[in-house]
Each structure stands twice: as C-alpha cells, then as structure tokens.
Design a protein around this ligand. Structure first.
Ligand code: PMP
Length: 336
C-alpha cells in the first residue's frame, strides 16, 4: 500500500511548473513554485505545521491548548489544518479585508474567527494583532503563534522551501521572486539560496501603499495607505523581514496584480490570488533584462478559489474600478 500517515505529510515538496505562454519573447526559463498545491492551498501550510511543532517541543503548546493568531487567512488555514490533526482549538483574528471564502474555510476547519476593522492604526488596541495579543493574555493554556516575529516561520522556509528550489533547479536558479507579508517566505528561502550562491537575486513584490520598498531604499518608515491585494505588504515592520537577503523591491498596483493573476490563470491554467499576480508581474519585468542562461523561480502563494467572490469576479473588479479601463490594463501587461 502507498499512503501518507496523515494530511500533514502532504505539506511541502511542491512542484515547479514552467511558464510557456505569458513569457512569450522573454529569454530566461521561468518556473512557478506551486505552493497552492499544499493541502491547505497556500504557502502558509508549511509554517502552520512548523510553528505548532516547535511550540510543542518548547512546551509552550500543551494538550487541550488553544492556538491564537492574527492572520490574513492563509496562516490561519495552515494552523487549523495541523490543529485539526493534532486536536487543538483555534481562535483567529482577521480584518474585514479578508475574503469570505477564507473565513468560511477557517470555520470549516473548526476555528473560531473574530473579524475586526481594517481601518485602525497598529498602535490602536483594536488593531487585529493587538486583539490577538489580548486574547492570548485572557485565555488560559493558549499559544500565540505570532507569525510576524516567530523564528519558526523563516526557519521552516530555510529548512524546506530553499532546499527544494536548489534541488529542483539543479542549483541553476539565478532569481527568486516572492512577496513580503510576514517576510517568512522571502527571508528563509532567500537566506538558504544566498548561502548556496550569493549571486542569486532575491526580489520582492510590494503592493503600492505598503511600506517595505520605501523603507528598504531610504531607511525611513512611512505611513501605509490602503490597497486591495490580500496577505502582502504592511503598515509596520515585522521582525521576520530580513532585508539583508532581499536585493530589490518593486511596487505593484492592485490593478497590475489582479491583471497578472488573471493572465496566469487564463493562459497557463495556474489558478492563483492577487499576491501571486504582483509576484508574476515582477517576474516578467525582471525577465526582460535576463539571458537564456537565467532561471527565474517565483512563488504561487495561494489558490484563486479563495477569491472567487473578489478578484476572480468581474462584478467585484468593476465595482472596485479594477477593470477600468479594461483594455489598457491588458495592454499594460503585454507591453512588459
Ligand atoms: N500571499 C498571501 C495570499 C499570503 O497570505 C501571504 C502571507 N501573509 C503571503 C503572500 C506572504 O508570505 P509571507 O508571510 O511568508 O511573507
């Protein structure tokens, strides 16, 4: 018989998928690292497992315990998946920006979900992270995963995502393109790849309105402005963003991100969300200056299914002026 002992053994070892159409006219090979193929449908299954198992080892998470997290949904799904197998309770604090699909998914996995306003500053007690911290203080036998500074997050990518990319490309990877939410994916994977070959370029997509690009280039912290892409960019600096492993950051607008995500879906059949769209946009821009010998790998952060009522819904796109003017958006992308 051939089987896995439980669903958690299905996490990681995701495939690389070669792009064949949307990169027409560009010289390098470009591969999608299909993190959407994880059992919970996102790159965050890896850290859900790691944060729980490391907390168990440290004795911070005990039988009957409750896991608390502030999440844009995917880390919650990753934690809830491991918690379902291991028998922990979960409480997640999300903002009202998070798609209903993700909230329903969290509830289907048995989690309690608290939705708070997205329009509060990080120093406000009602900021989603502060609400999670408060719950952790109030609830006995609880563990606050805190993906923004928990070292298990980048460490898991250093241990798994980085080595997978090195092995899958026979060490030929020249550019790694990702995003920055907590910073875990880019910091851990970037560190591993740079230790193998310091010439590998580690590049991030940052939504217009987020603070990372400006901070990297000037050292100055600005106030963020709202944007629609979920799961990436911030209005404060998480400890898990290790800028020393990031060579360059591009700002990408909502419109560009959604257009690129839709193009990746429509032409390559890789069904993804808006953060992946931002990353693909950057991958194609970077590829313009590359040669035939270059090998670009980008992260597919999650599946498009969790945005069917939002960025994969034409009515929602129209209401949010994301199709306006539609022709121009599509032309922008093929101009790259
Ligand atoms: N895309 C989506 C949809 C996410 O939810 C996240 C995590 N918040 C990311 C990208 C970024 O990953 P990381 O937290 O590892 O920087």
């Amino acid at each position: 018989m051939e089987f896995k002992n439980n669903i958690l053994e299905q996490i990681g070892n995701t495939p690389l998928i070669k792009l064949n159409k949307i990169n027409k006219g560009l010289k390098p090979k470009i591969f999608a690292k299909l993190e959407s193929a994880n059992p919970g449908g996102s790159v965050k299954d890896r850290i859900g497992l790691a944060m729980i198992e490391d907390a168990e080892k440290r004795g911070e998470l005990k039988p009957g315990g409750t896991i608390i997290e502030a999440t844009s949904g995917n880390t919650g799904i990753g934690l809830a998946l491991t918690a379902a197998v291991k028998g922990y309770k979960c409480i997640f604090v999300v903002t009202d920006k998070v798609s209903q699909e993700k909230i329903n998914y969290l509830k289907a996995l048995g989690a309690e979900v608290i939705v708070v306003s997205r329009f509060v500053d990080p120093d406000d007690p009602e900021y989603y992270v502060n609400v999670a911290k408060r719950l952790h203080k109030e609830i006995p036998n609880s563990f606050f995963a805190y993906q923004y500074s928990n070292p298990s997050n980048p460490e898991m990518h250093y241990r798994t995502t980085g080595p997978e990319l090195w092995r899958q490309t026979d060490g030929k990877i020249t550019h790694f393109i990702s995003s920055i939410g907590t910073g875990g994916t880019i910091s851990g994977t970037g560190r591993f790849l740079k230790e193998k070959n310091p010439n590998i370029q580690v590049i991030a997509a940052d939504p217009l309105g987020s603070i990372f690009k400006h901070y990297k280039e000037t050292g100055e912290l600005i106030k963020g402005t709202p944007y629609l892409v979920e799961g990436i960019g911030q209005d404060c600096l998480p400890a898990n963003v290790h800028f020393q492993y990031i060579d360059k950051i591009y700002n990408i607008s909502d419109k560009e991100s959604f257009a690129a995500a839709r193009k990746l879906t429509l032409e390559e059949g890789i069904f993804c969300g808006g953060s992946t769209g931002a990353i693909v946009n950057v991958a194609l821009q970077v590829a313009k200056d590359c040669s035939e010998d270059d090998v670009i790998v980008f992260i597919v952060c999650d599946t498009g299914e969790r945005y069917l009522s939002k960025m994969h819904n034409e009515e929602w796109l129209r209401q949010n002026r994301m199709l306006d003017p539609e022709i121009r958006v599509l032309r922008d992308l093929s101009d790259l």
